[in-house]
Design a protein around this ligand. Structure first.
Ligand SMILES: NC(=O)c1ccc[n+]([C@@H]2O[C@H](COP(=O)([O-])OP(=O)(O)OC[C@H]3O[C@@H](n4cnc5c(N)ncnc54)[C@H](O)[C@@H]3O)[C@@H](O)[C@H]2O)c1
Ligand SMILES: [Fe+2]
Length: 407
């Protein structure tokens, strides 16, 4: 048996938990930098956070111009505006983009240099300013993960900074903050969370050598991350459609945030794989959201990966109550894939790369671009080369015209 987890020092989950932030920041130090975006900065809930910080004697500097998908220019603008304000902590509050902003700014304020110096795995040389991460979407799990995703338009793609040093010190998951998410955002962030859980649970299993966690930020399937992946899958199946149908359904909002948190706890150690690698060029070419992209790709990636570990997919079918023990592994694993595709269709995730707006002549570029995401490619349970990437891309492009079948 083998398991590993890298997580924040403290994780809080539940309605109203955000009211602890002032006290928690004060314990770290008297000055904090708050990274958010223009939407949240206008809301009473944000004014309340600033009052809470002030009531605890914490001086706050606010950067509220985080751009979604985190273009590098937005990070540089934030750092340039800080001047000689020396924060003791950084609060990232908003969607994944705001939390990732806080992570990268924390690296730059501690270690200096250009953002690009930290691309890839283990490039951050040491501890960073303590981060308090407060998500307002139920999707990325960034509040607990060791990665920040940046849009580097010079390179024409998304790129990650992956280091255990950027795992937030504290994650505060308050589902009340997600009540304002419109249906499309709820659907695509939920699809992202499910993709994290499924890709984490079915990622490559590596020999449990003692140096495994020193050599890889994302180490692949293991018993402890599996536990969180299953918690996430159960809750996405139970609550995603409900939250999309009725955004005021408090229980569904709570269940979805629990799912995205649990999925983050899973993939933060195990890692994700082909669906995430393929989304990078797809997002870049179609300008569509990360969640819609991974959601459109996931059924086809599962269909490609099923033969590498059919038991894992069959186990997930069992976790959500599909099929029964007398059915074979083949049938149960396929049932799970079919059900994911059905759920995504129900909540309006685009059902093919064509529906997402990809051109037929761009499929080769997607396959070649996806191969560049090395940390994701090496984590896929079945080896990936250009032909394999193209195979998945073509199936996902055709979507239902070709149907779901093993690749
Ligand atoms: N670091 C990680 O572990 C990780 C994992 C997955 C994805 N990501 C990255 O996270 C980013 C996506 O994050 P995201 O999907 O959370 O969205 P986001 O932060 O990009 O925000 C998208 C939009 O949703 C709005 N929004 C956020 N919360 C809202 C709310 N409660 N109500 C209404 N509108 C709201 C924002 O203002 C913004 O306009 C991408 O850059 C992706 O690559 C990071
Ligand atoms: Fe993701």
């Amino acid at each position: 048996m083998f398991g590993a987890l890298r997580l924040p020092h403290t994780i809080l989950f539940g309605g109203g938990q955000r009211h602890v932030i002032g006290a928690a920041a004060a314990r770290i130090g008297a000055r904090t930098l708050v990274c958010t975006d223009a939407r949240l900065a206008q809301l009473p809930v944000f004014a309340d956070l600033l009052k809470d910080l002030q009531a605890h004697g914490v001086e706050a500097r606010v950067f509220d111009r985080t751009i979604a998908d985190l273009p590098i220019e937005s990070i540089n603008e934030c750092v340039a505006g800080i001047g000689d304000f020396k924060p003791d902590s950084i609060i990232g509050i908003g969607g994944g983009s705001c939390i990732d902003m806080a992570k990268v700014v924390s690296v730059l304020l501690t270690h200096g240099g250009e953002v690009s110096a930290y691309y890839g795995e283990f490039a951050v040389p040491g501890p960073v300013l303590p981060l308090i991460a407060v998500p307002t979407t139920a999707g990325t799990g960034s509040e607990v993960t060791p990665v920040a995703v940046i849009l580097d338009s010079g390179r024409g793609t998304k790129i990650g900074i992956a280091s255990p040093y950027i795992i937030p010190h504290m994650a505060v998951c308050d589902p009340e903050l997600t009540m304002t998410c419109p249906k499309g955002l709820t659907a695509c962030s939920g699809a992202d969370a499910l993709a994290h859980a499924v890709e984490g649970f079915t990622s490559k299993t590596r020999p449990a050598e003692p140096l495994l966690t020193e050599q890889h930020v994302f180490i692949g399937k293991n018993l402890l991350s599996d536990h969180f992946a299953k918690l996430a899958v159960v809750n996405v199946f139970r609550y995603l459609a409900r939250a999309c149908t009725d955004g005021s359904d408090v229980e569904a909002r709570e269940g979805l945030m629990l799912a995205s948190l649990a999925a983050g706890c899973a993939f933060g150690t195990s890692g994700t794989a082909a669906a995430h690698a393929l989304q990078y060029p797809v997002g870049n070419l179609t300008h569509t959201s990360h969640g819609d992209g991974v959601g459109a790709l996931l059924p086809y990636v599962m269909q490609f990966n099923r033969s590498a570990n059919p038991d894992a997919f069959a186990e997930l079918a069992g976790v959500v109550g599909l099929g029964h023990a007398s059915m074979g592994v083949e049938a149960r694993s396929q049932l799970f894939i079919d059900e994911v595709a059905k759920l995504f269709a129900e909540v309006g995730i685009p059902r093919s790369l064509e529906a997402l707006g990809l051109g037929a002549d761009q499929q080769q570029d997607v396959a070649a671009g996806a191969l560049k995401a090395e940390r994701l490619v090496k984590n896929n349970p079945r080896p990936l080369d250009l032909a394999a990437m193209l195979n998945i891309t073509q199936a996902a492009f055709a979507g239902e015209r070709a149907g779901l079948r093993d690749l």
